[in-house]
Design a protein around this ligand. Sequence first.
Ligand SMILES: NC(=O)c1ccc[n+]([C@@H]2O[C@H](COP(=O)([O-])OP(=O)(O)OC[C@H]3O[C@@H](n4cnc5c(N)ncnc54)[C@H](O)[C@@H]3O)[C@@H](O)[C@H]2O)c1
Length: 242
Amino acid sequence: MTGGAGGIGAAVVRRLAGAGLRVAVADLDEASCERLARELGPGEGFGVALDVTSPRSVSLGVAAAERALGPIDVLVNCAGWDELRPFVESDEPFRARVLEVNLAGPIRVTHAVLGGMIERRFGRVVQIASDAGRVGSSLEAVYSAAKGGLIAFAKTIAREAARSGVTSNAVCPGPTRTPMLEAMARADERGKKIVEGLSRAIPLGRLGTPEDVAAAVGYLASDEADFVTGQTLSVSGGLTMA
Ligand SMILES: NC(=O)c1ccc[n+]([C@@H]2O[C@H](COP(=O)([O-])OP(=O)(O)OC[C@H]3O[C@@H](n4cnc5c(N)ncnc54)[C@H](O)[C@@H]3O)[C@@H](O)[C@H]2O)c1
């Protein structure tokens, strides 16, 4: 579980642990990962520092998680990062960072884990993408491109791994109350207005919660979803439809 220390990530960790899975909590901040892993109980969780932008960190982190808890049957890629910025004002380092964290990173982690799943003929891969990747999102051009790429990646892995007992799906949160969204709303007047506007536009009348997203991930990781692969599930209160 990458990004396990974050708003949505921590809710997914608790959800999967509640369903009886032992969960490796991987994120940049080792102390937060270890705290959350301890909360799950002895032997139920494992905290590991992992930077999805570093090939070495990913291979060391995946190996450590497998040594601690055994082979990875469920992978949830939740690490993500963005800042609201008009595309024309963005620079090369910013664009490279957004693509690394949100697209190359999840691809790298999937590559580190998928081979084992295919060998064991079982696996569940869930990418936390975004509705930005389906319908676009003002001031998030490169992030939207990365998340759109992640959705296409999830579909292709679904095709390649289907005969090996591995499913691959993408969950697309709409605006969800987490530190990432709160940071955007706090950053400046423009960010605040965007977040307020989104909240008003949501048909179900509220922002999403991390638990709303975690419930969708829990379903896709469960036996109930054995026959569901290559799908893109929006959890957005109806902000996006179809
Ligand atoms: N909050 C929303 O409204 C929203 C909407 C759509 C999609 N999402 C997606 O949901 C996911 C979780 O977002 P969140 O809102 O919980 O944000 P968050 O900032 O609370 O959590 C993101 C987590 O990713 C971790 N992370 C960032 N860069 C990393 C790296 N290089 N390696 C490992 N971990 C890294 C952070 O440390 C953090 O714990 C992200 O992929 C985000 O793009 C969020």
